[in-house]
Design a protein around this ligand. Structure first.
Ligand SMILES: [Zn+2]
Length: 277
């Protein structure tokens, strides 16, 4: 046990950045949900300078005088005990445990008329792999210059036609679970930044269509897909409420809507946990 603890501390010293980041103060926290696709909001107890979960850096925030780790739980997380590793100012690694409860997400079956969007050809796959590398790089961004906002308004008005986590079948073939929230709205409906941030990437992607990745700092990054127009460019700093684009039906869709994802420590989590009405 002693040896194992020592090794863990040593590994963390090597893998975590040497810049001792201070936690930021926030005036709200997301709704906690200790389920796959949810968010753990954990009082650290020990003041930490950095934290990681599954080798990804985790947000630390001070709220009402106490420090919290705000942790995205992946959809593929197993029910049971999980550990965030806190690192204190003197370099000690302190495990912080939490328990994930099972959640059964329901099935959704969709029919896509463009067969290539269900079974892409080799040429498509080259494009898809290049695009996912580009998007993954943006999702891995860590920006400490911004103040994270833990609660947001929905980015566009409309009924939420499909909820997060649905186990999806396209033309009866199983595909990745739904990693965001769909908001149905007519083509051309404005989409607004739900919180301040920096546009990290934009593109026209095979599945996602016209897409924006918006970085709110500290590992909190939002994704907007299937847009008609993209009204911003990479590097642009936006304020909450700024128009960033319009609802469309580009990419793999069955009709006009906004697909909105929230990424926290590089994990897609349920956007509903961040929405204030
Ligand atoms: Zn969607």
């Amino acid at each position: 046990m002693l040896i194992r603890g020592f090794l863990t501390a040593l590994t963390l010293n090597l893998s975590l950045s040497s810049s001792a980041a201070l936690a930021v103060t926030v005036n709200s926290l997301p709704t906690a949900a200790l389920v796959p696709g949810g968010v753990a909001v954990l009082a650290t107890g020990t003041p930490a300078v950095t934290a990681e979960f599954r080798r990804e850096r985790v947000m630390l925030a001070d709220f009402q005088g106490a420090q919290y780790a705000v942790v995205g739980i992946p959809l593929d997380a197993r029910p049971g005990a999980h550990e965030v590793i806190l690192k204190t100012a003197d370099g000690t690694a302190v495990p912080l445990s939490f328990t994930v409860t099972d959640k059964q997400y329901v099935e959704q079956r969709l029919t896509i008329t463009n067969e290539r969007q269900v079974n892409p050809n080799n040429e498509d796959m080259v494009r898809i792999n290049r695009e996912s590398a580009e998007m993954n790089a943006a999702f891995a961004s860590w920006d400490e210059t911004q103040e994270p906002v833990m609660q947001m308004r929905a980015p566009t008005e409309g009924p939420r036609s499909s909820s997060f986590g649905l186990r999806r079948f396209f033309n009866d073939q199983p595909r990745a679970p739904h990693s965001g929230m769909d908001i149905a709205a007519p083509e051309g409906t404005p989409i607004h930044a739900p919180a301040p941030g920096v546009i990290r990437a934009t593109g026209n992607y095979f599945f996602n269509g016209n897409t924006i990745i918006l970085d709110h700092g500290h590992g909190l990054i939002t994704l907007y897909c299937h847009m008609n127009t993209i009204d911003v460019s990479p590097g642009t700093r936006v304020a909450a409420g700024d128009q960033i684009g319009k609802v469309g039906q580009t990419g793999r869709v069955t009709g006009p809507h906004l697909h909105w994802s929230i990424n926290l420590n590089n994990v897609r989590v349920d956007p509903a946990l961040f929405i204030t009405e």
